[in-house]
Design a protein around this ligand. Structure first.
Ligand code: ADP
Ligand code: ZN
Ligand code: MG
Length: 451
């Protein structure tokens, strides 16, 4: 049986970078290079770091708590040295390294032991083809989570990483838009460990593990090595052996004070952790009496459950439920979009649902309006006025009469006992009324007329 262990990197969601007050906007892939920089994050000679960003430290501790780690109270910053164009100051500031104290250690998440997790800064982005260096992300806070080699196969890893991402995005600790990156370590019995560097999606992690296990079965690794996964050729390629691994010459940073957290502070951070997916699920079941399966649909994505919670402040949950889980999710699905990709305001959604509840517009019209909200919602008031529901019996009678005259064959079939034609005839009334006629009145009127 194979052994698999992960080192996962994710961007911590903060306003500012770790040692300067430049925005930490690594998620913005379209930002112009080097527009978000200062002397500190470009490593200018003589520049001195600011005090480390407390928000980043707090979130790193939140992550460690979520992973049930033992929390450390005193962490000296380490300098991890290497020479590379993406690192002008020559070292990376981190809580990792041979003598380091990480934010948290000896944890567990969904059955997998966590060796440690720690905060560090991101280097710049270097393009080896053009030689260009973009410092926009340089100095942004990263979390690294290291597991024990407890996984046995690729599918187990994929499910676990997905759950980890959901849990981390729930506590809003990582920036899920910029994704995660993982170093994946694999060994088989009798063979040495192989590390695959920098794999950036769950799908690729799974593929790389399967391919690497098959390869190792054919050529059992005799020395530890570092490989890379090539997605196009679906193979792993050697980068270097561990014997040739870098010596990072870790030292404690003389410019930065030891980060020190009191027990009270750690307790305060613990209390500030938002609800986990499990807690939200239980709340939906308990408070709103939603069945487990639907509650699971709602809680799969934090933005969906938050949207639902916002809507239910003004609309009863049982009424709002199908509008969110069926109509809204269906519309997003159809457009192949996530709620985060579009701008649908809960306020607009509430206005729309109110109009349906107060019978101002028909469900059919409301669904049309909802569909027109991709990519951006607008206040539906004008539409609601324009497409006000027709409940006036005389008005519906006029429409029904017209439908009966124009659909002689269907009316005849209905009279012969073919009840299905009723739906067709109601459909015609709806069409004539521009989906505004009240369904029940239309049905009753047609029945009366054809009796
Ligand atoms: P390095 O710093 O060289 O990457 P570590 O000892 O920090 O080495 O280990 C890193 C990762 O390797 C951890 O995620 C751990 O779970 C994994 N690992 C350790 N031993 C094995 C093994 N025999 N097979 C697979 N993964 C392993
Ligand atoms: Zn800066
Ligand atoms: Mg490693």
């Amino acid at each position: 049986m194979a052994k698999i262990g992960l080192e996962i990197h994710g961007y911590i969601e903060t306003k500012e970078k770790l040692f300067c007050d430049c925005p930490s906007d690594h998620g913005k892939k379209d930002a112009r290079p080097n527009t978000n920089i200062c002397p500190v994050c470009t490593g200018q000679p003589g520049s001195k770091p600011l005090m480390p960003n407390y928000e980043a430290i707090k979130k790193a501790v939140q992550i460690a708590l979520l992973l049930k780690c033992k929390i450390n109270e005193k962490m000296p910053w380490q300098r991890k040295h290497y020479s590379w164009p993406d690192l002008p100051k020559g070292f990376q500031s981190t809580f990792s390294g041979s003598h380091a104290i990480p934010n948290g250690e000896n944890g567990e998440f969904m059955g997998i032991k966590i060796r440690e997790c720690h905060l560090e800064e991101d280097p710049a982005a270097w393009n080896p083809d053009t030689g260009e260096v973009d410092y926009n992300r340089s100095g942004s806070p990263l979390i690294e989570i290291v597991t024990e080699p407890d996984f046995k196969e690729s599918e187990e890893v994929a499910q676990w990483v997905k759950n980890l991402i959901v849990a981390l995005s729930y506590i809003k600790a990582i920036d899920k838009k910029s994704g995660i990156k993982a170093d994946v370590n694999v060994s088989i019995p009798g063979g040495k460990r192989v590390e695959m560097k920098n794999i950036n999606s769950v799908k690729k992690i799974k593929e790389a593990i399967d391919i690497e296990i098959e390869r190792q079965k054919k050529e059992v690794p005799e020395i530890e090595e570092t490989r890379m996964y090539d997605e196009r050729s679906k193979t792993t390629k050697i980068m270097r052996t561990k014997e040739g691994a870098q010596d990072y010459r870790f030292i404690t940073d003389p410019d930065l004070p030891v980060v020190s957290l009191s027990k009270e502070e750690i307790l305060k951070i613990k209390d500030s952790i938002p609800e986990t997916p499990q807690e939200k699920l239980q709340k939906l079941i308990r408070i709103h009496e939603i069945d487990k399966k639907t509650a699971e649909i709602l809680t799969k994505k934090i933005e969906i459950v938050e949207f639902f919670e916002e809507v239910t402040k003004k609309i009863p949950a049982e009424f709002a439920l199908p509008w969110v889980t069926v109509e809204l999710l269906g519309t997003l699905n159809y457009n192949k979009k996530e709620l985060d990709d579009v701008e649908i305001e809960p306020e607009h959604f509430i206005e729309l649902l109110k109009a349906v509840r107060e019978r101002k517009i028909t469900e059919l019209r409301a669904k049309d309006i909802l569909r027109s909200w991709i990519p951006k919602s607008y206040s539906p008031q004008k539409e609601i006025r324009k497409s006000s529901k027709i409940e006036d019996k005389d008005e519906i009678l006029t429409l029904a009469k017209k439908v009966i005259i124009e659909n002689k064959k269907a009316v005849e079939d209905f009279r012969q006992g073919d009840n299905n034609t009723m739906n067709f005839l109601i459909g015609q009334v709806m069409k004539l009324s521009n989906k505004r006629a009240d369904y029940k009145t239309a049905k009753e009127t047609l029945e009366k007329l054809m009796r």
